[in-house]
Design a protein around this ligand. Structure first.
Ligand code: UD1
Length: 415
């Protein structure tokens, strides 16, 4: 098993080009299933989660060619409707393939994705919505078997604005007769990106970005070319790296509006941030201040930035209070931060961090993707050497992280 070896304590400076968004690319790749034809995807991040998604599509019968700057996905010959159980377990977000397969084939068989590193993550809202669209669901020997003669439109209200459930409903209902409504829909930028992709392909979806989305079906799809939006969480992570290392970074290829809650919090703890079209320049102060954060659905502060911010404020002046409202088990990395000298106490869904003067290097284990990013930030802040094990989690979601960090002066290597 490989690890990262990080020598911390350097102030990082330079330019980072932000990659395409993982959470936008995954549902878009699923959506290519809807059109029995060719989709060309540009700015698609080269990360493990995307590679796993391609493996699933190939197992279903798609042909995929990746060049340097685009991926060509030909789904003409998809003939299977079973999402392989091992890949379903490996990558929970593969559940969004179900909506696309139901849309195209009116059938899909898959297993429960199961709990994961950050919580139980049930899929009850996805299944309830499929039923409302006319899908019969039978559970047998651990498999969920979905089937319908035809899909009907429905007026669906979600109990919580789930990103995955909103995407699954959009994918399946494109092929339903009539107009489907999703109320209390997720409003994340990745939902808007999926709407744009499906509409470019011939779909009639309105309202993404608001809490009511309408999808008019059935759709006659055609081939398209699409560029994936920048990854707002990767952008936020590098901004935290600048803030933690007293650095100055320019982030290019970003959509500043998508990171406004993160920028707001970073300014609040003393960073200077200038925005110019698709660029963000962040200059850190000598010492950041403490903060209070509550994670919320978009446009609130993203749960996917909670770990990185907690790591950042370990050396802030004062006490920070961070509350996780989306996932019930997203503090596993805290014990690793404590091994590096952080002073933090978990009380239910809240972590209280007493800022210390410095962190020190240690050997730490990654338990989940964003917790892994938090440990990289801590290792870059810390004095001495940190060995980060379990880096496969990090590489699920961060493209070329070692190369990108090396360019801005970090001492990091894979071993
Ligand atoms: C997506 C993102 C993930 C992000 C999360 C919240 C992708 C690939 N992943 O995950 O990075 O952290 O949104 O912004 O885009 N829930 C249920 N029942 C359901 C569905 C969800 O109880 O049927 C709960 C979940 O357990 C969680 C909450 O709702 O507590 C939010 O989950 P959801 O928005 O669905 O997250 P994902 O789509 O899985």
């Amino acid at each position: 098993m490989e690890s990262y070896i990080v020598e911390g304590g350097n102030s990082l400076e330079g330019v980072i080009n932000i990659s395409g968004s993982k959470n936008a690319a995954l549902p878009i790749i699923a959506a290519t299933i809807l059109n029995p034809g060719v989709s060309i995807i540009k700015n698609c991040p080269n990360i493990h989660d995307v590679k796993n998604m391609f493996i699933i599509l190939e197992m279903l019968g798609a042909k995929i060619n990746r060049n340097i700057d685009e991926v060509i996905i030909d789904t003409t010959n998809i003939n299977s409707y079973e999402i392989p159980a091992n890949l379903m377990h490996e990558m929970r977000s593969s559940v969004i393939i179900a909506g696309a397969l139901i849309g195209r084939m009116k059938k899909c068989t898959f297993t429960y994705p199961g709990g994961c590193e950050i919580g139980a993550r049930p899929i009850n809202m996805h299944l309830d919505a499929f039923k409302q669209l006319g899908v019969d669901i039978v559970e047998k020997d651990g498999y969920i078997i979905c089937e319908c003669g035809k899909l009907n439109s429905a007026d669906i209200t979600l109990d919580f604005p789930s990103v995955g459930a909103t995407e699954n409903i959009m994918l399946a209902s494109c092929m339903a007769d009539g107009i489907t409504y999703i109320r209390n829909a997720a409003r994340e930028p990745e939902i808007k990106a999926l709407q744009e992709f499906i509409n470019d392909m011939g779909g009639k979806i309105k309202g993404a970005g608001s809490n009511t989305i309408s999808i008019e079906g059935p759709t006659k799809f055609h081939d398209i070319e699409h560029k994936v939006i920048p990854d707002r969480i990767e952008c936020g992570t590098y901004m935290c790296i600048a803030a933690g290392t007293k650095g100055t970074l320019e982030l290019t290829n970003v959509i500043p509006e998508h990171v406004s809650s993160i920028v707001h919090k970073l300014r609040g703890i003393g960073n200077r941030i200038d925005i110019d079209h698709d660029k963000i320049l962040i200059k850190a102060p000598d010492r950041i201040k403490s903060t209070k954060i509550k994670t919320m659905p978009y446009p609130g502060f993203p749960t996917d930035m909670q770990s990185q911010f907690t790591s950042l404020v370990t050396t802030a002046k004062g006490t920070s209070i961070i509350t996780e409202n989306i996932f019930e088990n997203r503090f596993k990395y805290i014990n690793e931060l404590i091994r590096m000298g952080a002073v933090a106490t978990i009380e239910g869904r809240t972590v209280i961090v007493e800022g210390v003067n410095k962190l020190h290097g240690a050997e730490v284990d990654v338990k989940d993707l964003r917790g892994g990013a938090a440990l990289i930030i801590a290792a870059l802040i810390a004095e001495g050497t940190t060995k980060i094990n379990g880096i496969n989690y990090i590489e699920r979601g961060y493209e070329n992280i070692v190369e990108k960090l090396s360019i801005i002066g970090a001492k990091i290597k894979k071993q």
